[in-house]
Each structure stands twice: as C-alpha cells, then as structure tokens.
Design a protein around this ligand. Structure first.
Ligand code: ZN
Length: 238
C-alpha cells in the first residue's frame, strides 16, 4: 500500500523511537490526522529508543503511551534484541546474519495491541512504519503480512471498528533513503531518533540498523546528524 489520500481522523501509531515511525508521525500530522503514539517496552536491549519516541511525541504535542510487555519479551529468547546471551551482529541490514535480530512475531504482537487501543478509543487508523528495506529479513514487515493483519483486525473487530477504519503502512514500498528525504522535507529532527540495536550512549555505527541509517542519509544526499562510536565500515555507502 502506498500513501493514501483520504486522511484518517485519528491514528494510533506504533512508535519505536526510530526514524521511520518518527517520519510517519510527521506525515500523519501533515495530513491533519490526530496521532496517538504507542511504544512498546518488550525488554529490548535498545530500550533507550523509548525516550526518543517520547521526545518526538513531546515535540508534536501528541499523547504517548508506553505499553509494558517486558514480561513477554523475557519469553522471546533467541533474538539478539531480547536475549542478552545472543550478540547483536554487525553488518548490512539485509544480510542473512540479521536473522538473529528478528523478535518472534513482534509486529503481530504490537499491531494486535494497537488495534485494541484503536477500537477502545474509536480511532479510525492503526499505522506502523515498516518499509521496503525491511522485507528481506523481517517477515512481519512484508506486504503479505500487512494484508493478512488488515483482514484479521477487520474480522476480529467486526462491528466495533470506527467507520472507514484502515491499517496504514505508508512506507511499505518506500526505501529508507526516501523516508529520510520525506522526513527532511517535513522538518523531522533526526537527531531525536534512535536506531542502534545495541543501545548505549551513542549509535555504535556498525550494527545492521546503524549501517542502514548511515546508508539512508548517504543515498538521500543529506547530512547525517547522528553521532556514531565507530567510523563508517566497508558496508556503508558513504
Ligand atoms: Zn548500532
């Protein structure tokens, strides 16, 4: 699905604290859609991202809720993001090695909660920031998943959804570089977004999502305001 023209009145947006969901928040606001940002604490190693989501919500002056799923995260062993015995791999975001960063069923879990919140608050949209670069490694970011979840939300909430309800993934077929360009045009403060899977004080610069972040700014031809601990490696385009 590409960006739609008819605007939603109220969107519940899954907001990680990263660039994609931050740009999605600005896109929705630009359309005149009221936004509620929903972030998830699932015991992720890079939990620091939640504070960045809060900063974006504060800037936009929109409600921000953090859903406590830390107990669930503890059950999702085997992923480098929730299991501290599994190291975060370095390399390119689309590498096969990034499979260890997949959190089992993550988007299904988050979208399920977000759909419940949307029904509860009579919001006519649930939005999330999956993009084309996610497709290779993360099955729950692919168009097929989007279509099935859209159907499942409709079936599971038949008679309870706000009129005109839709699931929105505005960047589903959009590259990360194009998301950065779009965000730049909308004035998104990228320095107030967090990508690094390792957490820490500054971005590591070498994990998959750091490499992808660097690459996106380079491909977009824009200055990257991010402070990285390590210089760009051979994987980066810069
Ligand atoms: Zn990193």
């Amino acid at each position: 699905m590409t960006e739609q023209t008819r605007r939603a009145a109220h969107a519940v947006l899954i907001a990680s604290g990263g660039m994609d969901s931050a740009v999605a928040a600005y896109v929705l606001r630009d359309r005149g859609t009221a936004v509620t940002m929903l972030s998830f604490d699932y015991g992720q190693r890079h939990r620091v991202e939640l504070a960045y989501a809060a900063k974006i919500a504060e800037l936009l002056d929109v409600p921000h809720e953090i859903v406590d799923l830390a107990g669930v995260g503890g059950l999702l062993g085997g992923s480098a993001l929730t299991d501290h015995t599994v190291p975060v791999p370095d390399g390119h975001y689309s590498d096969e090695t990034m499979r260890s960063t997949v959190v089992p069923n993550r988007n299904m879990i988050m979208l399920s909660v977000a759909a419940g919140v949307a029904v509860s608050r009579n919001a006519d949209c649930v939005a999330y920031g999956a993009h084309a670069g996610d497709h290779a490694v993360y099955p729950d970011c692919r168009p097929e998943f989007y279509r099935q979840v859209d159907l499942a939300i409709r079936a599971g909430n038949d008679g309870f959804l706000a009129a005109g309800f839709r699931l929105e993934a505005p960047f589903l077929e959009v590259t990360k570089a194009d998301i950065v360009r779009r965000g730049q045009a909308l004035g998104v403060p990228f320095s107030l977004t967090w990508s690094c899977y390792k957490g820490g004080i500054v971005h590591c610069g070498t994990c998959g999502t750091c490499v992808e972040r660097r690459e996106a700014f380079a491909l977009a031809g824009l200055d990257d305001p991010t402070e990285y601990a390590a210089a760009a490696g051979p994987e980066a385009v810069a």
